[in-house]
Design a protein around this ligand. Sequence first.
Ligand code: SF4
Length: 376
Amino acid sequence: MKITFPHLGNTYICVKPLLDELNIDCIIPPFNNREALELGTRHAPECCCLPLKINIGNYLQAYKKGADTILMAGGCGPCRFGYYCELQREILEDMGIDMKIIVLEAPYGNVWELVRRIVKLTGAFNLPKIIWAFKNASRIAISVDKLEKLCFKIRPRELNKGETDGVYKKFRTEALSVKGFRGMEKHIAKTFDELNSIKMNKSIEPLKIGIVGEIYTTVDSNTNFNIEARLGNLGIQVDRSVTVSGWIVEHMIKKALPLPRDMEFAKAAYPYLGAMIGGHARETVGNTVLYAKNNYDGIIQIYPLTCMPEIVAESILPAVEKDYDIPVMTLIIDEMTGEAGYMTRVEAFADLLESRRNKNTGQKAGFDLTLRSGNI
Ligand code: SF4
């Protein structure tokens, strides 16, 4: 059995050592790229959401490299993610691609069914080892998210422009060949040291933008045209509350066990959206409120075209914008999105935030116009 799994940002950095430790051969698809999107777009129904199309591209690219089994997370609820497994199975079948799909979920809260699927994957019933492996994979995911947040902080302050990007890119590429938890922990620790040695101008107070929206398009930098790094290189500090580790720990593990979850975003969203409507719509609304309360300068919402939960969130955000006096911009991504137009909107939004800060406080935010995408 040769396992593959779809990309979702840095998920591969915790899934690969997990599979290594469980002695499962895995084939990681190439990082998300134009070819994966084009392959998926060719074979998936037109109105499917973008993540499904890229997933199909990932599977086909991994299949070419010898993968025969797909490992994916499952979901239920009022959005299309619950249908991803069946839909993907049918698309691959129609193409004559012989790949099995194992879905990691506890259907209707049935944790034993989840254990049965993991045993099918590992080929042996060794519960302590399985628990140990999943605990360590979650720890790795948490560390990688911390590392990513450190990059968000350093980029706008670094003295040698591009240094953070260099370290982070090397970290991601080298992670592909690191084996096991111990190897990955060392790799992460080394990267923390490298990032902490980058020289910064600590006196500047950069503009702060909160990124909210659908998880795939916010977390996956290859899909969102690397927006977080590009804003950082413009001299803007970003933050994103929805993370890979949050999804694994809060959404998958705590929900399956079941354990109490951190619902601060839901409380913040409640006056505007009182129920779970699928995807991350409540997180989008709630985190926008929380960023506004924490004095962020603006919010960017990102989502794939036709994403139902985010369309609802988008219709609510003008009320939050008005109540908290915080500018919100929405970016919608699909296979037709052009990078130049997308970045022009991002830069125009940053200009607006800069002039608002000047007007309101008389302060310059240090937003660097010479680093616009056209000049980098
Ligand atoms: S959250 Fe949106 S993009 Fe993600 S599966 Fe649901 S409908 Fe599709």
